[in-house]
Design a protein around this ligand. Structure first.
Ligand SMILES: [Zn+2]
Length: 344
């Protein structure tokens, strides 16, 4: 675990968005609502708080200073003119009563006489009723207010909400840049390559997890998947255990393991250019059925949509684990038939 990142932290992948936002704030062109599209694990909430600090900071430039009371309150989610709204309780959703409270707070005049803000994170967790309530505020904004919506999956937000916001998109850094950043800003002596191998190319997630626990979990998943290839894994018992323990993180590990195998099977060709960068390549290139690997990848990505739902997670995992012997089992026939992949 690391110290939380403050207002003056340098997150290079955020810089273009920060520059655009600062420019808009200074020119009073930010409007009433901003939608930040930030992939998960890149610091979307940090960017929301940075906007609050940039607006409220009373220091001379450069702002935010990170030291004044306004900056510190913005980053502690305790600023009297800024509401930080996130899912509460077991629902994992932002509910209509939270949106109503936020709209009411925005309608009151500010303490400092400047703007009033609300940050909704993650905004793709607004439930349907909450999104409808938010729409009213977006349609009739109170003067001097700013809504900051931070979301990874814009498709989960109604088009009517999206269209009323100024959209700013943040792109993920490449994997080498992520590693560089973690080695500079993270704790010393940690195998960040291994951490990214488990959580994917997500620098802020990597900072927040316990590296030793993640490495152990990733090794557990890798070992089980290798047994699955060899046909010695019990899919039912394994799926049952994994469904109750770090389901989402295990899905990340599985996805990384598969993308590594795809890259290896493809001999590093362009086939994998759209896949998320995986961990270090396996030491030996074991010929696998690449089509079966892609099928398994589809199942993993589908399973991700069940992370927050009551659907039987064990059944989804079981479906995936049963596929493993097929991935390895047809290798002779596939490696002959798919010469381009085997010859790279
Ligand atoms: Zn400040």
């Amino acid at each position: 675990m690391s110290e939380p990142l403050g207002a003056t932290a340098v997150l290079p992948w955020m810089q273009p968005a920060q520059d655009a936002i600062a420019h808009a704030i200074d020119g009073d062109r930010l409007g009433h609502a901003v939608l930040l599209q930030v992939p998960n694990g890149l610091g979307g909430a940090w960017l929301g708080r940075w906007i609050a600090a940039r607006i409220f900071c009373r220091a001379d430039a450069p702002r935010p200073c990170g030291r004044c009371l306004d900056c510190r309150r913005a980053f502690a989610d305790e600023h009297p003119d800024c509401s930080f709204v996130q899912p509460v309780g077991d629902s994992k959703e932002i509910r209509i009563d939270q949106v109503r409270e936020t709209s009411a707070a925005l309608a009151l005049s500010s303490h400092g006489g400047s703007r009033k803000l609300a940050i909704l994170w993650p905004a793709d967790r607004l439930n349907r009723f909450a999104a409808n309530a938010l729409l009213k505020t977006l349609e009739e904004p109170t003067r001097g207010t700013l809504l900051v919506l931070v979301a990874a999956e814009l498709g989960r937000l109604p088009a009517t909400v999206r269209s009323r916001c100024t959209r700013i998109t943040v792109a993920a850094p490449d994997r080498a840049a992520t590693l560089d950043w973690l080695r500079t800003h993270g704790a010393a002596g940690i195998d960040w390559e291994a951490v990214l191998g488990a959580v994917g190319n997500r620098p802020i997630t990597a900072l927040e997890v316990d590296p030793a626990a993640v490495a152990a979990l990733a090794a557990d998943v890798r070992g089980a998947l290798e047994s699955g290839l060899a046909g010695t894994l019990d899919p039912v018992a394994t799926a049952e255990r994994w469904s109750r323990d770090e389901f989402a993180l295990r899905l990340d590990c599985i996805e990384n393991w598969i993308t590594d195998r795809v890259r290896s099977a493809a001999g590093g060709t362009a086939v994998v250019h759209e896949l998320r960068a995986g961990a270090h390549l396996p030491p030996r290139a074991m010929p696998l059925n690449i089509r079966a690997l892609f099928d398994a990848l589809d199942v993993v990505r589908e399973a991700r949509s069940f992370v927050e739902s009551p659907v039987n997670k064990a059944l989804v995992l079981e479906r995936l684990l049963w596929r493993l012997p097929a991935i390895a089992g047809t290798r002779v026939r596939e490696s002959i038939r798919e010469q381009p992949f085997g010859s790279g």
